[in-house]
Design a protein around this ligand. Sequence first.
Ligand code: NAD
Length: 300
Amino acid sequence: RAVLIDGKAAAEGLDQAARAGALELTQTLGRPPCLAVVLAGEDPASQVYVRNKVRRTESAGMISVEHRLPASVSQDELLALIGRLNIDPVVDGILVQLPLPAGLDAQTVVQAIDPAKDVDGLTAASAGALVLGAPGLRPCTPAGCVYLARQALGDLTGRHVVVIGRSILVGKPAALLFLDADCTVSLAHSRTRDLPALARQADILIAAAGRPGMVKADWIRPGATVIDVGINRVARPDGSSALTGDADYEAALDIADFITPVPGGVGPMTIAMLLINTVRACARRAGLAIPASVAGTGAG
Ligand code: NAD
């Protein structure tokens, strides 16, 4: 049976590393690192995500400032807020919770964030730094995937990684981060031909398509590592609902060597990497060395 990769434990370790880094910076700067979180509208899932981000930021010894805006907020008002946060000297990180309410253009808003404060790693400057292999803030969920793969396998050099999904948020940056880790990367998507055959070649299979149970047992090479990014809410026969990943988990357990569960795998890593990025952003903005506790945890 596959060994489970415990994302919750890994995330707790990273939270502690962020806490140690935040404490060090607080002592040097005379103030804690600060994350500004922007939430527009009333989307229930977004509210839960934001609450968790705020709670974990604060318990890591950092300041979290929440900016809640009505769904009716205009694009110009939102951009004006980003502008104020960009020039606020005590704000180290800016996170705009997506999706934005209808009528607002997420790309324009995200691209307005100062790259030095781009803790989600989604601006063009951050994406460019990732492509160039230059220092910068890396997207959180894909950085979490690399971290978990390293935790399971150690050195990743030369491993064949097949990433399923090419979104800007997950698949595309995941491919680049694994490339940076000296892996051989195949980036698959909805138009890929004979995906099962390609997936079977993977030493590390990253499932990020958002399709529950898509990755069947016979897509997995015996001994492979499966990192399941998918978070899908599926209905149970009794009318309740459950979260499942993109892999047929029970079947995969008999074939893979390592696998991330859903929930409790990649999910908790995203906020952990957000905290790490906030510490990194704070140190870089102040011209200080990245605290030793967080150096080498996030890619970048
Ligand atoms: P997305 O819908 O933007 O992208 C999905 C990608 O999968 C697309 O590139 C598409 O080409 C590909 N795809 C879709 N169907 C496919 C198929 N049948 N075969 C091959 N490729 C297919 O989604 P996303 O934002 O990248 O998120 C993907 C999944 O990861 C979702 O389930 C999402 O909920 C989850 N997610 C989890 C976290 C986390 O763990 N914290 C963060 C972000 C996203």
